[in-house]
Design a protein around this ligand. Structure first.
Ligand code: IPM
Ligand code: MG
Length: 360
């Protein structure tokens, strides 16, 4: 089969990790007789430098017309980069928000898996880790605080800023459905996370989620307040299967979840909507401090490509193979610096990509 993939290298370590991922995808294409056609798009800081905006309409249109989008990372150092003296709607992150919205990718799946080979990197105590954990954060991605009206102005002589958090029942229902569907393929547990003791939007979230749950009697639904959830992720991560939550809570909890695995450089993510077109990106950021030094871990992006093969192209066997190849290379003791531990072999970004590609 032929697949058209929009590739967005982006900023910082983005181009390096994308280059390694393309190596792996090409190997998959060769082995399984697929042809992956890539179109490179600008987004984030590089797009600002070239065009003045973080995402052009043409780039968005090209992304829309492709079979899926693979993203490295965008953004720079907030304290140092000129991009951050621009108005907020022209900064690198605005490009990311615009492509999510433009492609209607309302469901963001971020797995938090403790890789057996990397247990020593996990910051949690052995008795908490037990035999490991494996849960996903399902984050609503196109609504809530990040997309509501906002303004900064003087009110009664005081500089005042407002952001608004809006959800309607349709937005809640569609992401809840996705969470239940995913849970069905896993351990059949959804924990819906909100702040229903304070926020109206959370009370509606809870209500609608319960209504959707009626269609999934085989899946267990529980509710948890977000502050408690932040604690529970470090206290007992094994209790979770699918955490379902709104945009900002999911932004925060998914960073926490990835950190407790001890290997944020390993964690992939998928952003999905109603169609097969998805956006796949590592859970980590652009790490400008190590950009261009051949130090970045390309595994999260490579595993994101595996998710793309699975969710957008229905190529399960190929996806399995990529995940298997990653584990093989880890088993053989190869590590990038972020996951390095004594007794293993330190390799750079490009070597890690070569090793994984050669296992395909
Ligand atoms: C993420 C990032 C983005 C977000 C930023 C860069 C806008 O933190 O993907 O989690 O908050 O969605
Ligand atoms: Mg984030």
């Amino acid at each position: 089969m032929d697949y058209n993939i929009s590739i967005i290298p982006g900023d910082g370590i983005g181009p390096e990790i994308i280059a390694e991922t393309v190596k792996v995808l090409d190997k998959v294409g060769e082995k399984y007789k697929h042809s992956f056609n890539y179109t490179e798009l600008l987004m984030g800081g590089v797009s600002i430098d070239a065009t003045g905006v973080p995402l052009t309409d043409e780039a968005l249109q090209t992304a829309k017309n492709s079979d899926s989008v693979l993203l490295g990372a965008i953004g720079g150092n907030v304290g140092q980069s000129n991009w951050y003296s621009l108005p907020p709607n022209l900064r690198p992150e605005a490009g990311l928000l615009a492509i999510r919205k433009g492609l209607n990718l309302f469901a963001n799946i971020r797995p938090a898996i403790l890789f057996n080979e990397l247990k020593s990197a996990c910051p949690l105590r052995e008795d908490i880790i037990g035999d490991g954990f494996d849960f996903v954060v399902m984050r609503e991605l196109t609504g809530g605080l990040y997309f509501g009206d906002r303004w900064t102005k003087e009110v009664d002589g005081l500089r005042t800023a407002t952001d608004t958090l809006v959800y309607n029942e349709v937005e809640i229902a569609r992401i809840a459905k996705q969470a239940f569907e995913i849970a069905r393929k896993r351990r059949k547990k959804v924990c819906s996370v909100d702040k229903a003791n304070v926020l109206d939007s959370s009370r509606l979230w809870r209500q609608v989620t319960k209504e959707i749950a009626k269609d999934y009697p085989d899946v267990e639904l529980t509710d948890m307040l977000v502050d408690n959830c932040a604690m529970q992720i470090v206290k007992d991560p094994r209790q979770f299967d699918v955490i379902l939550t709104e945009n900002m809570f999911g932004d925060i909890l998914s960073d926490e979840a990835s950190m407790v695995t001890g290997s944020i450089g390993m964690l992939a993510s998928a952003s999905l909507g109603d169609s097969k077109l998805g956006l796949y990106e590592p859970s980590h950021g652009s790490a400008p401090d190590i950009a261009g030094q051949n130090k970045a871990n390309p595994i999260a992006t490579i595993l994101s490509a595996a998710m793309m093969l699975r969710y957008s192209f229905d190529l399960d066997e190929e996806a399995d193979r990529v995940e298997w190849a990653v584990r093989e290379v880890l088993k053989k003791g190869y590590r990038t610096v972020d996951i390095m531990s004594p007794g293993n072999t330190l390799v750079g970004t490009d070597k890690m990509g070569d090793l994984i590609a050669s296992e395909i």
